[in-house]
Design a protein around this ligand. Structure first.
Ligand SMILES: [Zn+2]
Length: 88
């Protein structure tokens, strides 16, 4: 497991991806985490040696958008270029 970080906020609730009570949300979140890790799990900023962080937020589990946070703009751009979440 890499040290990339995840944060989930659904309808204003902060959700711990490793401890999701709702089984439907748990599955969606697990899929998102798996998708991101498989695409960007080994990305580390060559300049700052920092892994990116991902914030998934939305009004509901069906309308999450992904934001990338990183140590610098170059890293954020690199991560964004690398990942594509299948969003409706
Ligand atoms: Zn950097």
């Amino acid at each position: 497991m890499s040290d990339i970080g995840f944060a989930f906020e659904i309808g204003g609730r902060t959700i711990d991806p490793s401890n999701v009570e709702d089984p439907v949300e748990a599955e969606v979140i697990a899929n998102i985490v798996e998708s991101i890790v498989s695409q960007a799990g080994d990305l580390v900023c060559p300049e700052h040696n920092e892994a990116p962080r991902f914030l998934c937020a939305g009004e509901s589990i069906d309308s999450l958008t992904l934001e990338v946070e990183g140590c610098c703009d170059a890293m954020v751009d690199k991560v964004k270029a690398q990942i594509s979440l299948q969003q409706q």
